[in-house]
Design a protein around this ligand. Sequence first.
Ligand code: GTP
Ligand code: MG
Ligand code: ZN
Length: 311
Amino acid sequence: MKIETGIVIKSTGSWYKVRAAKHGIVNARLSGKHKIKGLKSTNPLAVGDHVNFIFENSGDEPSGVIQKIHPRKNYIVRKSIKKSAQAHLIASNIDQAVLVVTIAEPSTSLGFIDRFLVTCESFRIPVHIVFNKADLFTEGAKEYYEAVADMYRSIGYESTLTSTLDKTGLEDLQSLLQGKISLLSGHSGTGKSSLINAIYPSQELRIGDISSSHLKGKHTTTFAEMFELEQDTYVIDSPGIKELGLFDLDKENLSHYFPEMREVIGQCKFHNCTHIHEPKCKVIELVEEGVIPQSRYESYLSMFEGEDHKY
Ligand SMILES: Nc1nc2c(ncn2[C@@H]2O[C@H](COP(=O)(O)OP(=O)(O)OP(=O)(O)O)[C@@H](O)[C@H]2O)c(=O)[nH]1
Ligand SMILES: [Mg+2]
Ligand SMILES: [Zn+2]
């Protein structure tokens, strides 16, 4: 039996689409049990995984049986919605995450953004923020956006303002994506699939409405899927996230995942300072001076207390 190699580009539960090195796209299933060392996850395989498989000759179209998952360069997980003690693998082997947020229709809270940023920091995945639907900005929304974008820039997170309607920022977003494997993530209805279509019209991804009563998305994209946009340029479009449960985050290290806190934690009086109640805490001092943004500190406290974010 000849061993083939490929990359998982879509996972729908028990069947996977694999882009094989030589045979184009193959439908495949996973043989046996594959556990990730040190990680309890509800799904064994994610989009982006490199696999070995063999062909099995049942049915008209030859399908594959995945036998081996190659070691991952990285992966990103969230807490499973059904089994909170388990993780759900979102994607693996990615170069960057692109968080698509909106100020309105729907509105993304700073708490949600911070949770996503912390998740990426904990997996050492570079992250870029996209503020979409610029065409909907009122004067007030524009000011708010500018303040939020400046705040994140001051911490080290770059962002791009986009609109699929008036084409704001699409060239910048395209150059950000070029030559990389990017995960597009965010709430349902922020325009992840629309952005891919707007930059690469030949892709024809499904786009959903915004529910008029709630101004929320309708979870149009239901499975993560990797698309080849150009040579060496791939994006993983993923279903909108409702709540972002942080998986297995150790509280002791939480401040390491806030770059603006990480910078100064050696300057607290106590080496095991939690930055909550201790005297001579540099982090608290900087929050009081307005150097560390209040909203970031509030996100830190909420994550420390383990509250799952709901919007
Ligand atoms: N006004 C405005 N509407 C937009 C823009 N981009 C997308 N939309 C609309 O937002 C709605 C949701 O777009 P989708 O691309 O399906 O959003 P999504 O993030 O892929 O949503 P899920 O797949 O459910 O996670 C659609 O009605 C789009 O037409 C934009 O820049 N401006
Ligand atoms: Mg979508
Ligand atoms: Zn401290």
